[in-house]
Design a protein around this ligand. Structure first.
Ligand code: SF4
Length: 694
């Protein structure tokens, strides 16, 4: 008997969270994959979490969209692309460039993202392209820009391993960034790192916490103002950022009561932070998803800027991104208020530089609509043609029922997706089948600015095509074939890298132009690398040298007056918190395919404090109807003191396709942070009662 040579493992990157773990994927030759952690990838050093290790169970043809469809019938690619190009062109000719919009995703690869942005901002002439990352980290972007003069993440993962104290604020790292949590837990074990968790819920992350602060929901800025005042009292202010005096004055006037924390716990936190030379403050959606998320970010940054605990090993504020390529989206200008390569759309010098580089005929001259406003514009008819790429807004947008109705009422809706049936694909006039993880080539950037390759290991199923190719083909049919003429994602990456050199010449940090001449084989073998690559800051931390991107070159502290949640209106007495579970991802289109992943938490649920449950006459495993002014859901009750009275929690993942009436974002109001436009997804006023079948 002859033994077959084992197929070589292909080095790629996980498509889920922003940790960006390296994966060794080995095709079995029959359409399946064996998956293992890549021991050589710097993000995970061989580790994987349960979602990453189950990736092999989620590939295959089940549920896939295999051919273009027009109004529910199969169509050829030429017919579908011709129709999309014609309808978008007609709309722009009749109603102007702002009558069309793209809604894209932090799960697109950088190359896909780049092409979509180039088409909308440089050729259609509108900035109406926004991303579901708006729901995830826009407040961090806005906070960074206010404090640093640029959206630059200062630190590295290894800082969590070098710190004396790591504070996790609004971040259930154990479930949402599990491998980073494993790295922190290992550091705590070996070095005695102190871990503080600041979260109204007692999450799984508290298992390694030396201190858990279950602060009142929304009071994070109060806590960090108190910390800033304590820093001042202890004489630990070592730096002189702009705005220091005003920020300190506001901090000194902040009273602790709103945190709801006992004095002893609060003082323990203040002593620990002030007494630890190396502190990293990690924050995530609990900070960002708030109607004052940007202020909360700046309240955290203030403490690090005042003490110089930034840009040095083991120090810094650290925003961890939710999605695999939220950071890459920032690099290509995926947000409607940014340009490619971290250039600014409102800066005429930046706009001209990008226009010249692209030879763009119609450069967008002003910011476009942010996600919530974009779907409002769909609803009221200002947006007449909408292209949704790689995301499921009929589930994941706040006021999801209203958003679904708005999409259903739009004149022309195109959806590019891997899956045939999602809550959003059902609303499309044209469906375009896209390749997914394992089937496409490109790059992603993780939370610490590390760019890694996703590599193809499986053939594209049916007629599925790569997103960058689909968008470029539409652009060519709209009359811009020369500007969208690439043969491979590597060529798109090379153009993106060349444009980053323009940004670098204008003083920007994002400069990877040493990859501008990258060849196909070099792209194929590209190893994970950190930016910046400039000689001054090559592959390292930012701001340790005290130089920032503001006009003065100094950092800016922001005086933050905390805005607290208003008392719940009588009819909606509970403040619902929302978030992820350990083993599912977003709207479950991939993780829902793995029975193993569904075993952890098999159905949608509501965490309810025992006192609330008793008052409502609900017991463990009963069904509850949860309603807000915007929608309702039916959820299984999980009675637990992990949540505080009045503050239940429900996960975001279930959809109309996977459960009946369990879309949590249907309950969430479309209230946004005024600076970042990020929705306040952690706080929905709701009513709860036992569910009785009609
Ligand atoms: Fe994937 Fe995140 Fe898990 Fe790593 S930690 S394997 S990137 S889901």
């Amino acid at each position: 008997m002859t033994m077959q040579n084992p197929r070589p493992a292909i080095r790629t990157t996980c498509p889920y969270c922003g940790v960006g773990c390296g994966i060794l994927a080995t095709p079995d030759g029959a359409g399946g994959l064996a998956v293992a952690g890549d021991p050589d990838h710097p993000a995970n050093l061989g580790r994987l979490c349960v979602k990453g290790s189950a990736l092999g169970e989620t590939v295959g043809l089940k549920g896939r969209l295999l051919a273009p469809q027009i109004d529910g019938r199969d169509a050829g690619w030429d017919e579908a692309l011709d129709l999309v190009a014609r309808r978008f062109s007609d709309c722009i000719a009749s109603h102007g460039p702002d009558s069309v919009a793209f809604y894209v995703s932090g799960q697109l690869l950088t190359e896909d993202y780049y092409v979509a942005n180039k088409l909308m901002k440089g050729f259609i002439g509108s900035a109406n392209i926004d991303t579901n990352s708006r729901l995830c980290m826009a407040s961090s972007v806005a906070g960074h820009r206010r404090a640093f003069g640029s959206d630059t993440v200062p630190g590295l993962y290894e800082d969590l391993e070098q710190a004396d104290c790591v504070v996790l604020v609004g971040s259930n790292l154990a479930w949402c960034h599990p491998v980073l949590y494993q790295r922190l837990a290992a550091a705590r074990e070996s070095r005695g790192t102190k871990v503080v968790v600041v979260d109204p819920r007692r999450t799984a992350t508290c298992d390694i916490a030396d201190l858990h602060l279950p602060l009142a929901p929304g009071s994070d800025a109060v806590l960090f103002n108190l910390l800033l005042a304590e820093i001042d009292r202890h004489g630990l202010v070592t730096e002189r950022p702009d705005g220091l005096a005003e920020a300190l004055a506001t901090a000194r006037a902040t009273l602790p009561q709103a945190t709801g924390l006992p004095h002893s716990a609060l003082q323990q936190f203040l002593d620990l932070w002030c007494g630890s030379g190396r502190v990293v403050t990690v924050y995530s959606q609990g900070i960002n998803q708030s109607d004052s998320g940007t202020d909360k970010v700046n309240a955290i940054l203030n403490c690090h800027l005042a003490t110089g605990r930034i840009g040095r090993p083991g120090t810094g504020p650290f925003s961890v991104t939710g999605q695999p390529n939220a950071m890459g989206g920032r690099e290509v200008g995926g947000l409607s208020n940014m340009l490619a390569c971290h250039l600014e759309i409102e800066n005429p010098v930046h706009r001209d530089a990008v226009r010249d580089f692209w030879q763009a005929p119609r450069m967008a001259a002003k910011p476009g609509l942010k996600a919530v406003d974009m779907f409002r514009a769909v609803e009221d008819g200002r947006i007449k043609a909408l292209w949704i790429i790689c995301t499921n807004p009929a589930v994941s947008m706040p006021e999801a029922d209203r958003v679904a109705r708005a999409i259903a009422g739009c004149d022309f809706v195109v959806v590019s997706d891997m899956m045939a049936r999602t809550d959003t694909t059902r609303l499309a006039h044209v469906l375009l089948p896209a390749t997914g993880w394992g089937e496409k080539d490109g790059t992603v950037t993780n939370s610490e600015r590390r760019i890694s390759r996703q590599r193809r290991s499986l053939a594209a199923p049916g007629q599925a095509r790569d997103d960058w190719r689909i968008i470029a083909d539409v652009a060519a049919r709209m009359g811009w074939a020369d500007a969208f003429d690439w043969d491979s994602p590597g060529q798109v990456f090379a153009e993106h890298a060349a444009l980053s050199g323009v940004a670098g010449a204008l003083g920007g940090d994002f400069d990877i132009s040493d990859h501008a001449g990258i060849t196909g084989p070099q792209y194929d073998s590209l190893q994970p690398f950190l930016w910046p690559q400039s000689p001054r800051r090559k592959g390292g931390r930012f701001f340790g040298d005290g130089r920032f991107h503001t006009a003065s070159g100094r950092a800016r502290m922001v005086s933050v007056t905390p805005r607290l949640p208003q008392p719940a209106p009588g009819a909606w007495p509970f403040l619902l918190n929302t978030g992820r579970v350990r083993d599912h991802w977003h709207t479950m289109t991939r993780t829902g395919l793995s029975p193993r992943l569904s075993r952890h938490l098999a159905e949608p649920f509501l965490e309810l404090h025992p006192a609330d449950a008793a008052r409502l006459g609900l017991r463990h495993a009963d069904l509850a109807q949860v309603a807000s002014p915007h929608g309702s859901a039916i959820l299984r009750v999980l009675v637990t003191d992990r949540v505080a009275p009045g503050h239940p929690f429900a996960p975001i993942h279930w959809t109309n396709e996977t459960a009946s009436r369990a879309r949590i974002d249907a309950l969430v109001p479309g209230v946004v942070d005024p600076v970042s436009g990020q929705p306040a997804s952690k706080s929905a006023n709701v009513a709860i009662r036992p569910f009785k079948a009609e």
